[in-house]
Ligand binder design. Structure first.
Ligand code: CTP
Ligand code: MG
Length: 261
């Protein structure tokens, strides 16, 4: 993505200077990894549970590490989790941790992004407002390099950015006291996944606008962008890129990861 500037002599109505400045937007990744995994029923936070002999988050990071266009991958962990981090030998040099996780996913993303943009004020190699940030859940350990690159390809020249998502495959019902109250049309419904890819500055501003209200209603980056008036692009993901959430999800994740070897 490039931004082109040229100057016009407005009095004459002609272009008097054709010099073009190109600002290339780079891609960075931020991985919220500071949750407690309350629905998973595990003793430690679910992202540190072993799946096929390797912690869940290391599977996630292996996929991100394979994407050459990512400049840096920043993992936002809870200040309390620092001790639980697996010292994996495959930790690449462009990966790092930040122990600034918050009480909610949105707060963890906001804290990480705030710290990154602050670094960028003094260091041009760090994240700048016009750079892309790909936010990806540590708990989506089945994402593939191919899917991440598909999202980047689809969004790199987009005005807003977007997210991996799946058109809803099943009939959708609303329920009241365990009984169906309504069947909703599914044609316009999608299941949101991650990564979600937005301009770092715009995403930060969108999250900041919701910070005073404890990020109410911000369940993903796209929802914050929507509240700020943007319409994120939907890019078809894969059913395999599910978020490991419940106890039964671990066995399924292990089977799928095992089948890829
Ligand atoms: N996350 C985070 N900070 C939080 C809460 C969640 O960084 N305060 C991260 C999780 O570590 C996970 C991702 O956001 O990688 C998606 O969240 P979710 O699957 O809901 O994880 P948990 O919140 O840990 O699980 P639960 O909701 O079951 O407690
Ligand atoms: Mg949660």
């Amino acid at each position: 993505m490039t931004l082109n500037f040229s100057e016009k002599d407005t009095a004459l109505g002609i272009e008097t200077r054709t010099e073009t400045t190109t600002i290339a937007a780079r891609c960075f990744a931020l991985v919220p990894c500071a949750g407690s995994g309350s629905r998973a029923g595990t003793l430690k936070p679910k992202q540190y549970e072993l799946i096929g002999g390797k912690s869940m988050v290391m599977h996630t990071l292996a996929a991100l590490g394979a994407v050459e266009r990512l400049q840096h991958v920043v993992v936002v962990v809870s200040p309390d989790d620092a001790h639980a981090w697996p010292d994996a030998p495959e930790w690449p040099s462009h990966f790092r941790r930040m122990a600034c996780g918050g009480a909610t996913r949105a707060e963890s993303v906001f804290n990480g992004l705030t710290a990154l943009l602050k670094e960028g004020e003094h260091n041009p190699a760090a994240v700048q407002a016009h750079d892309w940030i790909l936010v990806h859940d540590a708990a989506r350990c089945l994402v593939t390099e191919l899917e991440i690159n598909r999202l980047i390809d689809a969004c790199l020249d987009d005005e807003v950015g977007g997210l991996l998502a799946l058109p809803l495959p099943d009939t959708l019902k609303t329920a009241v006291h365990g009984r169906v109250s309504q069947t909703l049309p599914r044609q316009d419904k999608w299941l949101a996944q991650t990564p979600q890819m937005f301009r770092a500055g715009q995403l930060h501003a969108a999250l900041q606008a919701k910070a005073k209200e404890n990020f109410e209603g911000v369940t993903d980056e796209a929802s914050a962008m929507e509240m700020a008036g943007f319409a994120p692009k939907l890019v078809v993901g894969s059913p395999h890129n599910f978020k490991v959430t419940y106890p039964s999800d671990f066995a399924l994740a292990e089977d799928l990861l095992g089948s890829r070897k």
